[in-house]
Design a protein around this ligand. Sequence first.
Ligand code: MG
Length: 379
Amino acid sequence: MSNTMKRLAILGSTGSIGQQTLDIVRTFPNKFRVIGLAGGENSGLLAKQVSEFQPQLVYSALKLDLPGKAEFSSMEEIASHPDVDLVVIATTGKTGLTPALAAIRASKKIALANKEILVMAGRIITAEAKQHRAQILPIDSEHSAIWQCLRGEKGEVARLILTASGGPFYRYSPSQLAKVTAEEALQHPTWKMGRKVTIDSATLMNKGLEAIEAHWLFSIPFSKIEIVIHPQSIIHSLVEFMDGSLKAQLSFPDMHLPIQYALSYPRRLPNSELPRLDLVRVKALNFEPVTYHNFPCLRLALEAAKRGGTYPAVLCAADEIATHLFLAGQTSFPGIAEIVAKTIDLHRGIANPTLDEILAADTWGRETAANIATKESLC
Ligand code: MG
């Protein structure tokens, strides 16, 4: 396999992860070929990507003029196309859910950046992946770190330790948090990411979603997943084994590396464009326990995880609405957690839901969160 070209479909190619995936393709034109691209609102960028990478198949959320031999397709058709070996799922929210399932049912490898898919439907996705022998390769930096630490091991894991930078407001008091603006929240101290995940990192909702993602990816009970604050984002996560040995993966915080690892797996590729870590310049790595009181989104996510069923889908839906309202200046930073908490309180969960029940819970969660926000703004 190592000498053959990998043929890729990239869903969400105009987002942050999608663009960085194309950077890797550009660096290794003899290793990867783009068969399909799917883009969202940024149709100008999608048009440029189509003319540069010449995919056969294109999905565009908006109207687009296609050059030459490219054809419009649905994301599901692109994800399951016979010419595609690996599908990069770099969409956000629930958009990637049905395309991911289509890829899995066609026994493709999927490189997953869109964590909400596993949060919403982890049981279904992992069961289908097992049935169809479709490998799920993580792109999220914490999960890539754990995956790299587990390589060559026989599964004698005692616990997974997810690191969290704590985001820009970790030391803020409740009164400071109440005044935080969207602009401030979009300045992450260590990572450059898309808008939604940057806000989720500031509320620590992201770390709760990542615990759920880790649970499904590595079949590990929640009782064996811990979170530790590590402000430098140099150690991307750790695995503790039964004998007390800890393995960690370290690198400069840059998403190109976990993307490249998922694309090139099981090989590693030399890439001089990736920043190297200078330990002498780093000097110190710090760790501290996570404090939940200022960051209720993390607690809400872990509670939804334990309740299971449709609760994680409702959590994601309410968080997406609340985050958009915050970015639009229509709710405060603490308002995000309030909207999510109230939505979850009103939900009547279903255990072991079908895909349709999960999608219905998502729709219900969005409508309920929006209604709660409207009522609050009228008070
Ligand atoms: Mg992450």
